[in-house]
Design a protein around this ligand. Structure first.
Ligand code: ZN
Ligand code: ZN
Ligand code: ZN
Ligand code: ZN
Length: 228
């Protein structure tokens, strides 16, 4: 599912597709006078496969990989406390650096600051849950003068929810059958009415999870963000 989604720039309110937004936000944010002396770093993230899900963020100078991980968990991925890591240029950023020696080439601490690792144009990746993995692709877009709020992460733009028509009636789906989505790769998106008639609904309950605006929709037990 790679529908081209649009999103609204939270600075000026204009709507763009993802590539348009990556270009736009650099100039739109560049025109804003920041509040602090330190620069902000603009970051773009998307699901590696479900590319309709994307975010454009601003990180401050002090923001660590750990801050970004916590943010991504809150807005997009946290279901039951799985492990996660970032990777950039052969270096893995993990919580437990000693433990990560067993599976990563060159592990370092997530406590490192993002600006000390990546510059404008750098790419990085993120994995949440090493079983039913959500994989994100990230890119540092640009440094911008003066942090806009000084918060660890500010959301500058986010995709609008992609459209999932109900497999039976075509109305907007409200739930996804996790079993059909993950295992069978068959019809799995349903509205409230049609989900009652889906074959996985019986006899011992169902596998339905709510449709939420996250690349983790339908995976593990993901039922939505802690915050929107
Ligand atoms: Zn704008
Ligand atoms: Zn989980
Ligand atoms: Zn329906
Ligand atoms: Zn099913």
């Amino acid at each position: 599912m790679t529908e081209q989604t649009r999103g609204q720039c939270r600075i000026c309110g204009k709507s763009f597709t993802k590539p348009g937004m990556a270009r736009h936000v650099r100039s739109c944010r560049g025109r804003l006078a920041g509040t602090g002396a330190a620069d902000g770093l603009l970051l773009a993230l998307e699901d590696r496969y479900l590319t309709s899900y994307w975010l454009v963020l601003e990180a401050s100078q002090a923001t660590t990989w750990d801050d970004l991980d916590r943010f991504l968990r809150r807005i997009w991925v946290e279901c039951c406390g799985h492990l996660s890591s970032f990777e950039h240029a052969g270096v893995t950023f993990a919580y437990d650096v000693d433990g990560a020696e067993e599976w990563a080439e060159n592990p370092r601490s997530m406590e490192e600051r993002i600006v000390d690792t990546v510059g404008a144009g750098s790419r990085f990746s993120y994995e949440y849950d090493f079983g039913t993995t959500t994989e994100l692709a990230g890119r540092a877009l640009a440094l911008v003068a003066g942090a806009s709020t000084g918060a660890a992460i500010d959301v500058l733009a986010r995709n609008e929810p992609p459209d999932h028509p109900c497999a039976a009636c075509g109305r907007s789906a409200t739930s996804v059958c996790a079993l059909c989505y993950q295992v069978v790769d068959g019809a799995c998106w349903y509205c409230d009415v049609c989900s009652d008639h889906h074959r996985c609904s019986e006899p011992d309950g169902d596998y339905f999870l709510p449709v939420v605006n996250s690349p983790r929709v339908g995976l593990c037990g993901y039922s939505g963000p802690a915050e929107g």
